[in-house]
Each structure stands twice: as structure tokens, then as C-alpha cells.
Ligand binder design. Structure first.
Ligand code: CDP
Length: 203
């Protein structure tokens, strides 16, 4: 396999980022956190005083804003790594992410990022195995119990978390769900090492 692709999807707090990081460390792969991209657009809308539910204004913003997503996340050169995890973004990101024009712009950027890599990649999000990279070598859909997911997100209220999940699961375009061919993995009570080795085995 020249440049293997691992797609990781799942709801908030299911363990995507922790597992993606562990896989990248174990395999020497590069990682793309697509959630950070939607968060960055939501942050930019707020920064510019754009109503997150205005489809045209947010769509246009998503098309023209400069995003850099790695260990640090920047929006038009401003470091927003911490700000995009804050309550204001948590509350608006799912509305922004339901916008078809925003999704089209992000999916295009995500595919370009993958095409520009020379080695293996781990891409995490909500629609990676279903829409962005349906031919990924390994697709994983992570779950965890609602209690466990809320415990992993002490900074976000359980109500906000389930509201975000509901919006992500019921939106018209690319709703969160198990992609064809995805392995469903419940991370509740399991170690990161154990799950990492299971996925490496599938690869
Ligand atoms: O870390 P957590 O799972 O809480 O969220 P995230 O991965 O940072 O994603 C934040 C939000 O971005 C999600 O609630 C979705 O609304 C949206 N998202 C999406 O629609 N599609 C993706 N591929 C990734 C994130």
C-alpha cells in the first residue's frame, strides 16, 4: 500500500482525536482533524459578525478564508487553536457545518490535503468514510456511551453535546452515520493502545 488512508468518524467525545494521534505516532502517518476546519469557519463567522445561520454569507466566508490546520490552527494568520474549542464555537459549529456550501468548500480542501501527502494519513471527522474518502483503506466508526462521552467533555454541557450530535446526525447533507464498510468500535472502557493495535491489524 503506497499511501494508506485511515478514515475515523464518530460523534463528539467518541475518542477520534486521541486515537488518530496514537495511530499517527504508531505508524508515522500524518493527521487531519476536519472538525478543526469547521470550528475555524465557525470562529471566523463570529469574529466577523456574520450570522452563523446565514447560508450565503457563511458559505462565501468558507470559500475565501485562509485556514491552516496542524498542531496549531490559524484563520487568516490568527492563531485560534484554543479559541475554537470554546463554548461560543461549540454552540454554532453544527449549524455552520450543516451548510452545503461550507461542506463543499471543506471537502475540496480536505481531498487536496490528502492528495498532497506522500505517506499514510489518518483523517478524522463525521463524513470521512462516507463522503470525503469513501475508498479509504480502513474505515472506523467510533462510539462510546453517552455518559462516557459527556465525561470526556467536562467543558461542554451534556445538553450542548447532545444537541450538537442531534444536529450532526439529522442534517440533510452528509449526516453523521456509519459508512459502508466501516468497523464500528465502542471505545468505552477500552485502552487507546488496544484499539490502536486492532486498527493496525485491519490495515
Ligand atoms: O471533537 P468533537 O468530536 O467534539 O468535534 P469536532 O470533530 O471538532 O467537530 C466539530 C463539529 O464540526 C461537529 O459537531 C460537526 O458539526 C462538524 N464536523 C462535520 O460536520 N464534519 C466533519 N467531517 C467534522 C466535523
Amino acid at each position: 500500500m503506497a499511501s494508506p488512508i485511515i478514515a475515523i468518524d464518530g460523534p463528539a467525545g467518541s475518542g477520534k482525536s486521541t486515537l488518530s494521534r496514537a495511530l499517527c505516532e504508531r505508524l508515522g502517518f500524518e493527521r487531519l482533524d476536519t472538525g478543526a476546519m469547521y470550528r475555524a469557519v465557525a470562529w471566523a463567522a463570529r469574529d466577523r459578525g456574520i450570522d452563523p445561520s446565514d447560508p450565503e454569507a457563511v458559505g462565501e466566508l468558507a470559500e475565501r478564508v485562509h485556514l491552516s490546520v496542524g498542531e496549531r490552527v490559524t484563520v487568516d494568520g490568527v492563531d485560534v487553536t484554543e479559541a475554537i474549542r470554546g463554548p461560543a464555537v461549540n454552540r454554532t459549529v453544527s449549524v455552520v457545518a450543516a451548510n452545503p456550501r461550507v461542506r463543499q468548500a471543506m471537502v475540496q480542501r480536505q481531498r487536496r490535503w490528502v492528495a498532497a501527502r506522500e505517506g499514510g494519513v489518518v483523517v478524522e471527522g463525521r463524513d470521512i468514510g462516507s463522503v470525503v474518502l469513501p475508498t479509504a483503506d480502513v474505515k472506523v466508526y467510533l462510539t462510546a456511551t453517552d455518559d462516557e462521552r459527556a465525561r470526556r467533555r467536562p467543558e461542554e454541557s451534556a445538553v450542548d453535546l447532545s444537541r450538537r450530535d442531534h444536529l450532526d446526525r439529522t442534517r440533510a447533507v452528509s449526516p453523521l452515520g456509519v459508512a459502508d464498510g466501516a468497523h464500528v468500535v465502542d471505545t468505552t472502557g477500552r485502552s487507546v493502545e488496544d484499539i490502536t493495535e486492532e486498527i493496525v491489524g485491519w490495515l
